[in-house]
Design a protein around this ligand. Structure first.
Ligand SMILES: [Zn+2]
Length: 224
């Protein structure tokens, strides 16, 4: 009969009297895994053994931290006219967001909008990959008109890749994000038709690291 076990590990406890056999006394206070018994077997398995298994469930301060770092812009902020000028004179040449001076603020707003969801996303994927590497993709459209009207609704996405070490019901995760932004400037006066300029892509890429610890059991966790 398979016994319901609340934890993956236990602490061996003897009765502490002089009837405890020496091999069990040597196990007293040690942590063992239910799926990897010591040579003595688990507590209570030996004939006449009165030892018990105390569930071992260390508690942690759950957290997933995403690196906080500014991305650097490489130029002064473009005006609306600069975006329009590039449409007429740029020959369709792609522009990096950092070149327009807005990447730092866009990344900051994006991270404040999605940071908590990303932590939950990491926890969900990591739970399916104990002691393995894990990764997943994501993207969505974000309204950045509050920062710069000419970039406006833009697609930001990316991928995270990490490793997950599972021990005692705790997952220790660490890894890296690779983000991208994809936009196109195609409609300078916002009337739904293209004029005589050249639409041009506005793109960029940046990275972030992450690390943290969460409970493997989602019912015990505040992440997922
Ligand atoms: Zn015993």
């Amino acid at each position: 009969m398979k016994q319901e076990r609340p934890t993956t590990h236990y602490i061996w406890r003897t009765r502490g009297d002089d009837k405890v056999r020496p091999s069990h006394a040597a196990n007293n206070g040690r942590v063992f895994a239910w799926n990897d018994p010591p040579e003595t077997g688990h507590p209570g398995q030996d004939y006449g053994c009165r030892c018990t298994a105390e569930p071992f469930m260390p508690s942690i301060n759950e957290h997933i931290d995403i690196e906080v770092a500014d991305v650097a812009d490489s130029g002064n902020a473009w005006t609306s006219q600069d975006f329009v000028d590039h449409y007429y004179n740029g020959g369709g040449r792609g522009v990096a967001v950092r070149e327009t001076g807005y990447l730092r603020n866009i990344v900051a707003q994006y991270m404040s909008e999605v940071g908590e969801r990303m932590k939950n996303h990491i926890a969900r994927i990591a739970r399916g990959h104990p002691n393995r590497t894990f990764s997943d993709d994501f993207y969505n459209t974000y309204d950045m008109t509050g920062i710069v009207f000419s970039i406006g609704d833009t697609t930001i996405g990316g991928r995270f890749t990490g490793t997950c070490v599972s021990e005692f019901g705790i997952l220790t995760v660490s890894g890296q994000f690779e983000f991208y932004l994809n936009d196109e400037f195609a409609d300078p006066i916002d009337i739904g038709i293209e004029l005589f300029g050249d639409p041009y892509p506005i793109t960029d890429e940046w990275t972030r690291s992450f690390s943290g610890q969460v409970y493997a059991d989602p019912s015990r966790s505040s992440f997922g």
